[in-house]
Ligand binder design. Structure first.
Ligand code: SF4
Ligand code: SF4
Length: 359
């Protein structure tokens, strides 16, 4: 069985070549003469300084490194959450990632292939053709919290292989947070990336993945084992890896190692002091399983709109997969029927004004 290794390297956006070189040297991805897809995290249209998307300096350093291996094809792409003609390139451009892609930006949302996938009434889903055609997939997650899954790392970054409105459909069919985390793992399993480099130079804490609370961490993390990498991220955030369903489910499914004592850490692994977790962490990380179960059944988070920040753009209403939000009489988005909300937090992720929090 291969050893699970995670590299932790100090870096800044001005000085990260050494960290990226170390990652490629340690994991030696086989890229020469191969078709390579680099997939950053492009959640939505956001400027680099908002810390929502993989920073362009990280993407540029990785692209330049990959070019030096002389691949036969190179694509840089993702499927952001915002739908609509031209939104893919718009999101990449706003995040500074078209320029950072050095001419290799590709709208991978245009061409998709169907693959078997069983969830509720669906039996197949479409994923970007580039994901299937690439010999090597390099994933560039961002070190961030997530209101629903607690962290967004290696596993969650692969949700972006799905173009179009299917992400919302899977959210809706999954229904619960626990089940959605299993669905994330099943999507990841469709084509696990070969290599991961995490932008943990500036991370996000609090109510991610589009929170205003950024945290200077000053690190690049790398691995070829997504489970081990997410277990390390969880530990750094102050979470027990076994409290995350993505990790226990993925580990049970043979996707990698999550026991820190079995992972070879190259670098200095420490918890980040006083790292702010999303509100949902309380009912997941409590010590008593009976209390956790009670919390899961009785406590449901729902989105709440801050009227002072809301510009009434309607994005959350248009993108809600459960059609739970309404703009009543041209006012602010409201939830007329709480039961219809499936607590997927897509509205929070996509709100350009960061006006939505969980209640
Ligand atoms: S997306 Fe945000 S700003 Fe736009 S209507 Fe919804 S809450 Fe308001
Ligand atoms: S209101 Fe928000 S959290 Fe609820 S289902 Fe719609 S997008 Fe998801």
């Amino acid at each position: 069985m291969r050893e699970s290794r995670v590299l932790i390297c100090a870096a800044s956006y001005d000085h990260l070549k050494e960290a990226v070189d170390s990652a490629f040297q340690l994991f030696s991805p086989d890229l020469e003469g191969k078709k390579v897809l680099i997939k950053p995290n492009v959640l939505r249209d956001a400027r680099p300084e908002e810390g929502i998307t993989t920073h362009p300096a990280v993407l540029k350093a990785v692209v330049e490194k990959v070019i030096s291996y002389r691949p036969t094809a190179l694509w840089v792409g993702d499927n952001p959450g915002l739908l609509g003609y031209g939104m893919n390139e718009f999101c990449f451009a706003r995040a500074g990632l078209v320029e950072a892609a050095c001419g290799f930006y590709t709208n991978i949302g245009i061409e998709a292939v169907e693959v078997p996938f069983h969830l509720g009434s669906i039996e197949k889903i479409s994923i970007s053709r580039a994901v299937i055609e690439a010999d090597v997939v390099i994933s560039l997650p961002k070190f961030k919290t997530h209101g629903l899954t607690l962290l967004t790392g290696a596993v969650k970054n692969s949700y972006g292989i799905i173009p179009g409105a299917q992400k919302a459909t899977l959210h809706r069919l999954a229904g619960s947070s626990e089940r959605f985390q299993e669905v994330l793992v099943e999507v990841f399993r469709l084509r696990p990336p070969d290599f991961f480099i995490v932008d943990a130079i500036v991370g996000m804490e609090g109510n991610g993945p589009a929170s205003t609370e950024l945290r200077d961490i000053g690190l690049i993390l790398a691995s070829d084992d997504a489970m081990a990498l997410d277990a390390v991220i969880a530990y750094m955030m102050g979470l027990e890896p076994t409290s995350l369903r993505t990790l226990t489910y993925g580990h049970e499914g043979g996707l990698g190692e999550i026991a820190l004592e079995k992972i070879s850490i190259i670098g200095d692994l420490r918890r980040i002091p006083n790292f702010k977790l999303p509100p949902r962490a309380g009912d997941i990380t409590g010590r008593d399983e009976r209390i956790r179960e009670l919390m899961r059944k009785r406590v449901k988070e729902r989105p709440s709109v801050n009227h002072e920040l809301c510009s009434r753009c309607g994005t959350c209403v248009a993108q809600c997969p459960a059609h739970a939000l309404e703009m009543i009489m041209g006012g602010y988005p409201t939830l007329p029927n709480l039961d219809r909300c499936i607590a997927c937090f897509c509205c929070q992720e996509l709100c350009p004004e960061k006006a939505i929090t969980l209640q």
